[in-house]
Design a protein around this ligand. Structure first.
Ligand SMILES: Nc1ncnc2c1ncn2[C@@H]1O[C@H](COP(=O)(O)OP(=O)(O)O)[C@@H](O)[C@H]1O
Ligand SMILES: N[C@@H](CCC(=O)OP(=O)(O)O)C(=O)O
Length: 359
């Protein structure tokens, strides 16, 4: 399938042995399948975990460390070793790979966000495979994506991928954790990610993984809102990568939303820091959510926090108290306060082009 762009995410659980160390044989299985797909004409991106697993023992820890600074130091040692495996293996098939390390800051700052997209697009156009991980060594809480499931969804959305495949150690999402509940049933397809779905997903399956199915469902939510379908499957089945691309293997398929966010709206929805909270009345809520209309000044019932013109604000329903979306303010708080003194305040506070519904 020429030009189809697939983002694969491979978790620590799929790259390690029972001691938690990087397993070169498992990694080689992945690279040979990537090479196969590359030669078929697919554009590929790999988001890979494993830097901590690859580094901790060399740094003198006898098991995977738990403290943040120890993990960061291990990642600094392991990232180089991890990328060396990918580069060497892919080079044997004549494929150029590229290391890209990202943090949440790269998504929050619109300039860095565009830069990341452009650099990745050049790599893809030139048939290289970007090998992405979080920049663990420098990522403190404030700038952390936190898990590679989410990072892969962010990347898939940014690049408008045709499919995101999350490869793990179970063949998709089950009605309960299959490691703990033998009665758990496989779920083949999810059209709607409801809050109930999160309840069936507990944390990581092994001491090596981060987040388990919860972060995978969160990732699926983000990617599908950005218009990218998601397939969760096991990396341990034979030829799982080529089969996953066509869903010819057991797994869970999440359908993409039809009204997907474009790049500008993804930034607004997922990354833009919000400066203030605006509460709107029932009429405005209906007009914005159901009809996609702009928010007029007359629909504002309350606000908290200070905001300037062009700042991003969160909009809540006055009736339910729930967050309904985010948008760009056309006036500062000072001006809004003045305008709302009028009996019939006129003007658009958030234009529909600068608005995303998040219900
Ligand atoms: N409802 C569920 N369906 C499938 N797996 C689940 C579920 N709830 C929890 N899990 C656990 O999630 C694990 C996969 O997540 P994780 O260990 O973080 O893997 P990775 O390193 O691949 O990201 C599975 O091994 C499984 O034990
Ligand atoms: N960035 C970290 C992994 C973070 C992570 O999300 O791990 P996992 O749940 O195994 O995909 C690393 O390279 O070890």
């Amino acid at each position: 399938m020429k030009d189809k762009l697939i983002v694969f995410k491979i978790g620590t659980s799929s790259l390690t042995n029972h001691m938690g160390d990087l397993d070169a044989e498992k990694l080689a299985q992945i690279t040979s399948q990537l090479a196969q797909l590359h030669h078929q004409g697919y554009q590929l991106v790999l988001v890979t975990s494993g830097s901590i697993a690859a580094g901790f023992r060399r740094l003198g820890f006898d098991k995977r460390p738990k403290h943040i600074a120890d993990k960061q130091a291990s990642a600094a040692v392991g990232q180089g070793l991890l990328i060396e495996h990918y580069t060497t293996n892919l080079m044997q098939d004549g494929i150029v790979s590229a290391q890209v390390l990202l943090t949440q800051d790269d998504f929050k700052d619109p300039r860095r966000y565009n830069n990341a997209a452009q650099a990745l697009q050049v790599l893809l156009k030139r048939r290289a495979i970007p090998i992405i991980n979080e920049n663990d060594t420098i990522a403190v809480d404030e700038i952390k994506v936190g898990d590679n499931d989410t990072l892969s969804a962010q990347v898939a959305g940014l690049l408008k991928a045709d499919l995101l495949v999350l490869l793990t150690d179970v063949a998709g999402l089950y009605t309960a954790n299959p490691r703990k509940d033998p009665q758990a049933q496989a779920i083949a397809r999810v059209d709607n990610i409801t809050p109930e779905l999160f309840q069936i997903a507990s944390g990581a399956g092994t001491a090596n993984g981060t987040g388990g199915m919860v972060t995978k469902i969160q990732a699926a939510r983000l990617a599908t809102m950005a218009g990218v379908p998601v397939f969760i499957t096991s990396s341990q089945l034979k030829n799982s990568l080529p089969k996953a691309v066509k869903q010819e293997i057991q797994g869970t398929y999440f359908t993409a939303q039809t009204k997907a966010f474009n790049q500008k709206k993804q930034w607004l929805a997922f990354y833009a820091p919000s400066q203030a909270d605006i509460f709107v009345d029932a009429g405005a809520e209906k007009a914005m959510v159901a009809k996609g209309h702009s928010l007029l000044l007359s629909g504002i019932s309350e606000f908290s926090g200070n905001f300037q013109r062009n700042d991003i604000v969160s909009v809540y329903s006055q009736t339910s108290g729930k967050l309904i979306g985010k948008g760009r303010a056309r006036f500062s708080r000072l001006v809004v306060e003045e305008l709302l003194q009028f009996k019939h305040p006129e003007g658009t506070f958030i234009h529909r082009d600068d608005w995303v519904t998040l219900l």
